[in-house]
Structures are given as C-alpha cells and as structure tokens.
Ligand binder design. Structure first.
Ligand code: PEP
Ligand code: MG
Length: 326
C-alpha cells in the first residue's frame, strides 16, 4: 500500500474524467518544501509565516524574512509559493515579539490582518521582505482573517507604496503579484460578491470558518464533534463561496485541514472545489482519492449533498459515492 502510494508521486492529480485538480502543499519548513516538491505538488498553497514570529522575544528583521521567503521561492523551482502574511493572535500567540493586546476573547480579537493593519511597521517590514523575494520566482500573497473590503483596500495601498519604494531603492519586484484573501470569517464568505473584485484568488480556511460559523472553539476538546465540517451550513456556505469565485473567474482553494482528509475529497469536489492545499503527509492519499472519482458525476450529486439536514445525512451521502479506491 505504501509502495502504491509512493508511485503516485509522478502521477497527475487528475480525476477519472480527465479534469486536472490543483493540489498544493501547506508547508513551512525547508523539509516540508522539499517534500512538497518531491511529491509533485503544484506549489505551496499555504506558507504560514507566523512560525517566523513565534517562540522568540524579538521580531524577525526584513533581512531574515527575505531570506526565508526567497529560499521558499527558490526551493519550488518555478512552482508558485503562496505566502500568507502574519496570522498571530488567538491560538497562535505564545512568546511572540509583538506587543499583543490582552483580550477577553482572543479568537474574536485583534488577529491576522487586523493586527497587521494596526502594527503597520511590522506589516510593512513583512510586505517588503515578500516583495523582495518576488524577484526570485513566482509568489502570491494571502491575507488571513479578511472580513471586509476595507482590509483589502488598505493592504493594496500598503503594497503599492512598498513596491514603489523598493524599486526606487533598486530592488527587483515582480509586476502584478496576486493578492488573495483567506475566507475564514463568515462575513467574508457570505458577502464574497462585495469584495471579490479586490482579490485575485481566495483560499478557504475551514479550520476557522467552521469555528466561527458554528461558534465552536477549534481548540476545545469538548466541542470536537461540533467543530466539524459535516454540517449543512458548512456545505451550503462552501458551495456558495465556490460558485461565486467561479462566476468571477477567481481561483479558489481550501487550505484548512478538511482539504487534507481524503474522506472529504469527493464532497469538496461535488461542491465545486478545484484546488486543494494539504499537508505533505496526506498529499498522496488525497491525490489517490481525486484520481478515483468522476468529477461530472460528483457534481451531479451536489444537490443531494446540499439537501442533507444533519451529519448523518452528509455521511450517508459520502457512503453512497462510488470510488475506485480499494
Ligand atoms: C484555517 O483557518 O483553516 C487555516 C488554514 O488557517 P490556520 O489554521 O492557520 O488558522
Ligand atoms: Mg485560519
């Protein structure tokens, strides 16, 4: 079985009916990036930069960040790197050199792009480092915790200013770097048509989207069963988001843990997903699953999935899907 999986490293992520699905890796460390490359990932779909900021007392300098982002881009030899800007706060806060506010509800507090837009110096340093790395290979920028247009307007202005300044200083900065939004705050998912013109792509963060949609703390063991994508509201919202993105010609990925569980692969395909970003450890299993399904047949089953009224109904739908995986 391991050997069979291993053979899939060189096979395309293509459904039975011949549709190519983009399968990216979530990767932070040099080892993850090397593994993603060896497994034939389409690129890195989520590079969580907060690991550069956590468990230390002082902030990473522009130079330190530049080296990390440049090495990521170089390690991918031409495949795209999706660099997510700082998402410190809530469950990702230990020992950071940032002055984090003491908040009663950190998960609903100043985290992600909210923090970045308040600590402009920190954000600007990171944007400069990312823009400098763009001179070394293809990358795109992903913003966490986007809730509204204003987040995107403000970030786009900072990016424009940073790029102009870097060019004046003599740095090479790529033209037309794509800016994307994490869709993980329900408001951004529901009102996606109101902000989609400001993004070049989206990536759905199901870990947080499920947490906020179901009001169930992602880290609370007592709520593990409730914090599950197998809820009709999650099905409907994912379908709505993917349909909107497609109507506007914006690539849409899921980069939450849901995307890396092969159990959910047919469900995500049925709802319209064509890009997955998964931990390298499960990439081949997801590829095997993708290759076992007829996409158009799954899409025809989407209405039945959207009619499911509870977890058991969604599980029955999953059990009814034919698969060629042994
Ligand atoms: C998510 O929320 O699904 C996600 C991918 O981001 P993180 O887990 O880093 O919050
Ligand atoms: Mg998240």
């Amino acid at each position: 079985e391991r050997r069979q999986l291993h053979r899939l490293r060189r096979e395309p992520s293509r459904t039975l009916d011949g549709v190519d699905i983009r399968l990216y890796a979530n990767a932070e460390t040099r080892e993850d990036v090397a593994e993603a490359h060896a497994l034939g990932a389409a690129g890195v779909g989520l590079y969580r930069t907060e690991f550069l900021f956590l468990q230390r007392d002082e902030l990473p300098s522009e130079e330190e960040q530049f080296v990390a982002y440049r090495d990521l881009v170089l390690g991918l030899t031409g495949r795209i790197a999706t660099i997510r800007t700082l998402d410190v706060g809530a469950d990702k806060a230990d020992g950071s050199g940032l002055a984090l506010p003491d908040e009663p509800n950190p998960a609903l507090g100043v985290r992600g792009v909210r923090l970045a837009l308040r600590q402009r110096g920190v954000f600007n340093t990171q944007l400069r480092a990312i823009l400098r790395a763009s001179g070394y290979g293809p990358l795109r920028i992903l913003l966490p915790m986007v809730a509204r247009r204003e987040d995107l307007v403000a970030t786009r202005r900072l990016l424009r200013q940073a790029a102009a300044k870097l060019r004046r200083e003599g740095h090479a900065v790529a033209d037309g770097i794509a800016l994307g939004a994490m869709i993980e705050v329900p408001a951004a998912a529901i009102a996606l048509p109101a902000l989609i013109d400001l993004v070049d792509f989206i990536s759905i963060g199901t870990n947080d989207l499920v947490q906020y949609l179901l009001a169930a703390d992602r880290g609370n063991d007592a709520l593990q069963e409730l914090h599950s994508p197998l809820h009709p509201a999650v099905m409907q919202l994912l379908h709505q988001v993917l349909t909107t993105a497609q109507a506007h010609g914006r690539p849409a990925a899921v980069c939450g843990e849901m995307a890396g569980d092969p159990l959910f692969t047919p469900l995500l395909l049925a709802l319209g997903l064509e890009e997955f970003s998964v931990h390298p450890g499960t990439l081949l299993e997801v590829r095997r699953e993708l290759r076992a399904h007829d996409l158009s047949a799954l899409r025809r089953r989407a209405p039945a999935l959207l009619r499911a009224r509870d977890r058991a109904g969604i599980e029955r739908w999953l059990a009814s899907v034919p698969s060629t995986v042994a």
